[in-house]
Ligand binder design. Sequence first.
Ligand SMILES: NC(=O)c1ccc[n+]([C@@H]2O[C@H](COP(=O)([O-])OP(=O)(O)OC[C@H]3O[C@@H](n4cnc5c(N)ncnc54)[C@H](OP(=O)(O)O)[C@@H]3O)[C@@H](O)[C@H]2O)c1
Length: 320
Amino acid sequence: MKKVRFGIMGAGRMASVLMDTVNKMDIIEPYAVASRDLARAEEFAKTYGVEKAYGSYEEMLADENVDLVYVVTPPSVHAEQMKMCIEAGKAVFCEKPFTLTAQEARDVLALAKEKNVFVGEAIWTRYMPMVASLEALKNEPLLGEIRAVYADLGYPVWHKPRVQDLKLGGGALFDVGIYPLTFVDIMIGTDYEKLQTLTCKVGGVDQVGTIAMLYPDGKMANIINSTIGPSDRQGIIYGTEGYAIVENVNNFEQIRIYDKMHVCVKTIDRPEQISGYEYELESAAKALEEGAIECPEMPHDKIIAVMEVMEAIWKSIENE
Ligand SMILES: NC(=O)c1ccc[n+]([C@@H]2O[C@H](COP(=O)([O-])OP(=O)(O)OC[C@H]3O[C@@H](n4cnc5c(N)ncnc54)[C@H](OP(=O)(O)O)[C@@H]3O)[C@@H](O)[C@H]2O)c1
């Protein structure tokens, strides 16, 4: 596979985390970084061995050697920045959450289609090999029919200005809730009939929240997301014959299936990995090589569908 020359848009915390993985991969060349501040871009380039440092996003987009732009900025500016990339003819992979609204997502993806430019969402859990093991649980006799799914995710991130600022796309739902929601979607989809939220808001921002969904066939989903402290990050799948505990819905580690007597009858461990970020990058690189405009693990229709659910959850939170 031809090496993909990677251009990072925004030199913040997540960009640094990502570089540790990029620098261990053969198929990605960390070619450029752009920051609104040239000194920050230069410092980042020096730290992570990136060839080019740009003091504006526009300058990086004008560099014809950049194959793939990785947007790693606050969610409030994702839509505008992805459109900038597409207009410049640059393939773009954008951090989660893709946008703030479903309409923004539709607009970005319509432009990608019109210009025939690759756009993907970098929601890493979608691309992990353990997704296939989770999918297989739907036909696992040890579980029987899946009737309910629970997932929680919490981190002590409230102190971060970005997390406390709704204008930047902060709050528990947008920062962490999207991962348990993704887990629920993988297991039972999101075609719910009723949705209810209960949220602790601080200054209008959702700090901790619960989401409950009831499906037309009686299935249930329950989510807790929090920005004030760590959680056990578990996903639990309740079947008619047993239940499965998934360790870490934000980087699947292990699935344990228990029978009706609470005896663990099967364990599935994840394969060895660099960090887990390599899978999303490999998928984007493959899509570029094949001339595709989307990744099969997170196609455009799915990006929009998830944003529609996120929007419905957010409306419920606002109306509490
Ligand atoms: N996949 C994961 O595991 C994971 C983990 C954490 C975060 N994330 C996602 O990654 C994205 C960035 O998060 P982060 O934690 O890296 O945030 P961060 O540390 O605040 O960095 C965001 C960067 O965005 C740039 N930026 C552009 N426009 C901005 C604006 N109007 N206000 C503030 N910053 C702006 C800034 O870079 P310059 O000043 O250099 O231009 C800033 O350093 C978010 O979408 C977040 O949800 C993903």
